[in-house]
Design a binder for this molecule. Sequence first.
Ligand SMILES: *Cc1c(COP(=O)(O)O)cnc(C)c1O
Length: 382
Amino acid sequence: MRNIPVYEPDLSGNERKYVLECLDSSWISSIGAFIGKFEAAIASTTSAPHAISVCNGTVALHLALHCLDIGPGDEVIVPTFTYIASVNTIAQTGATPVFAESRASDWQLDAADVERRITPRTKAIMPVHLFGGACDMTALMKIADRHGLKIVEDCAESLGTTIGGRHVGTFGDIGTFSFFGNKTVTTGEGGAVIATDDALAARLRMTKGQGQSLTRRYWHEVLGFNYRMTNIAAAIGLAQIERLEPVLARKRNIAAAYRELLSQLPVSFQAANNDVVGSDWLVSMLLPQGTDRDRLMQDMAEAGVDSRPVFYCAHTMPMYRSDEGFPIAQDIAARGLSVPSYPTMTDGDVARVCDALQSALRRQGKGALDNRPRLRTEAIGG
Ligand SMILES: *Cc1c(COP(=O)(O)O)cnc(C)c1O
C-alpha cells in the first residue's frame, strides 16, 4: 500500500507548460513575464494593492521588518509557539524577540498577553496565522493603534484565510507569505510580501532588489538585499495560484472529513472564530494527555501514514532559552500532531489516516472509547 505523506504539492496544472516557456525563451532569472503575472495574482487573491515576490518566506519576514526600520534596541512581540523563521528574522534585524503566550482555543497569539508585554522599546507585533487559521486581528490592531506599534502578519501558512471576508495580511502594515513545497501554493522555494501603503511598497520592492532605484539602473538608493524570485519559480506559482480555489475547496473538505471521522476519539482540533474562514493548511490536533507522541507517530508510520509533531516553542531552543513558562503554548507544542492534508489525497487516504491514528491511540490505552463502535471509515468512501 502506498505511503501517505504529510504533504505533497499538486503540480498537475500549467506548471510544466509555464516552466518550459521560461526555458524556451531563456528567461530563467529574476526578470520575465511570470514575475509580474504571479505578483498580480497574489494581489488579486488577497485584495492587497501591492504584492512583491521574494525568494522565500523567511526573507519576506526579514524584508518586512527591515523596511519598517526595526533594528537594534527594538522589541518585537511574537508567539513562542511558531515556526522558527518568525523569531529568527526578528533577531536578524538586531531587535529582540519578546515571546507571548498562545490561546488554548485556536492556538493563535493571545492579544491580552501581547498587551501585557509592551514596553517603551516595543516597536512591532508579529501575529502568525498558524495552520491556516487566523489571529484575532481586531484585538491586535486596537492594541497596535493604542501603542503606536507596527504589525507584520506572518501569513506563511494562511494563503486563502479570511477574517470577516478580508484576507489575512491586509490588516497590519505588511503581510508575508511562503511558497515552500508544503505550503498551499508552492514555487519550490518562494515568498511574497503584501502592503497597502504605496511608499512602503516601493521601499520593499527597491530593498529586495539590491536597493536599486526603480527607475535608474545601477543607482542604489538604500541598503538592499538580493531577495528576488526567479521567473521559473513565478511560473510554477502562477500555475499553482490559477487552481487555488479548487485546492482550497478540497483542503477544507479533507479537514471536515477528519473532524467528522475523528469525532469519536479523544483528540481536540484547533478551533476557529466565527468570522474566520480558514484555509485548513495542515490539519492539526491535540492528542490526549499522557500520549507518547513519538511512539504514536512510529505506529502510524508502520501503517504507512506519515504525521508530524507541531513546532517546539521558540523559548525552549538554545539561542532563545528563557526560564519563563508559557503553559498553553508548551501544552500545544507537547501534544500537537499534524496529519496528511494535501489536496490530492483521496477520501480513502483520509480514512486510512484515521484508522491508523485510532489503532495507535488504542495501543496506548487512549481509545477511552473502546466500547464505542469502530470508526465507520466507509462513510466517506474509498
Ligand atoms: C513556512 C513558514 C515560514 C518560512 O517560510 P520559508 O519559505 O520556508 O522560508 C515562516 N513562518 C511560518 C509560520 C511558516 O510556516
